[in-house]
Design a binder for this molecule. Structure first.
Ligand code: NAI
Length: 224
């Protein structure tokens, strides 16, 4: 099951986008923005933005719009990006190494402490100076180091077994790239990532016009 959120996940999923857009505005020295302008830029209605922010007490004033810096720092806090988190990656193959090599997560406060793998050829190698350790010592490592987030980049066949080791040894959240649903205690957060969802959305959009032409044709046929 995993840990439930107090506000709807739809709202939570929009927050990182608000954060990103406001960060861009700040970089471009935009200090104030009307709710209409923000909504146009983001493709979300102004009332949606207001409703979302109201879940956390509300920000900005009607007529004056939003103070970009204030809103950005408020959303930074709401997202918990003013804190730091320790993470590990289990599965140091293509995906695990790619994630480990991406330094921007560290800039946002997510420190990668180690990678783990079962392949002896990988154990002992370093990605950005972070060592790939033997998965056999995973539980011991977790007992000696406070790790908040476990990043699963292993095949689905071993994902549950590794998730159990993580959750039994203090890991509070799993970023799950292994394409399988995990059973975790109620206090553990699981975020499943399926890059294919995003890719399939592209393929839907590539085909949408044709799809609706066919639907219209079928409707016409049904009428005649
Ligand atoms: P890969 O084969 O390059 O890497 C997998 C690594 O996991 C290997 O180094 C292997 O030795 C290690 N491993 C396997 N079982 C293990 C265990 N019990 N403990 C520790 N290490 C173990 O595969 P790749 O391309 O990195 O993909 C990894 C997984 O992520 C696959 O299951 C793949 O389907 C999935 N994936 C998911 C995506 C998503 O969007 N959710 C995108 C790409 C891959």
């Amino acid at each position: 099951m995993g840990k439930a959120t107090r506000v709807s996940m739809a709202v939570v999923r929009r927050l990182p986008r608000y954060h990103r857009y406001l960060g861009e505005l700040l970089k471009n020295d935009v200090r104030r923005i009307s709710s209409r302008e923000l909504s146009e830029r983001m493709g979300v209605t102004a009332s949606q933005i207001r409703q979302d922010l109201n879940c956390f007490g509300g920000f900005g004033q009607q007529g004056y719009g939003y103070n970009v810096e204030e809103l950005y720092s408020a959303i930074t806090k709401i997202l918990g990006l003013d804190k730091s988190y320790n993470s590990i990656i289990v599965g140091a193959g293509n995906l695990g190494q790619a994630i480990a090599g991406y330094t921007n997560f560290e800039k946002s406060g997510f420190t990668l402490k180690a990678l783990f793998d079962k392949n002896p050829k990988l154990i002992g190698l370093r990605i950005r100076d972070i060592e790939i350790l033997d998965v056999d010592i995973l539980a011991d490592f977790l007992n000696e180091n406070k790790i908040d987030i476990g990043i699963l980049c292993i095949p689905r066949s071993s994902a549950q077994q590794i998730a159990d080791i993580l959750t039994h040894n203090g890991v509070r959240a799993i970023w799950n790239f292994s394409v399988t649903d995990l059973n975790v205690p109620d206090n553990v957060i699981v975020e499943n990532v399926h890059l294919s969802d995003s890719l399939y959305t592209i393929s839907y959009r590539l085909n949408e016009d044709e799809l609706f032409k066919t639907i219209e044709k079928d409707k016409q046929k049904a009428f005649n």
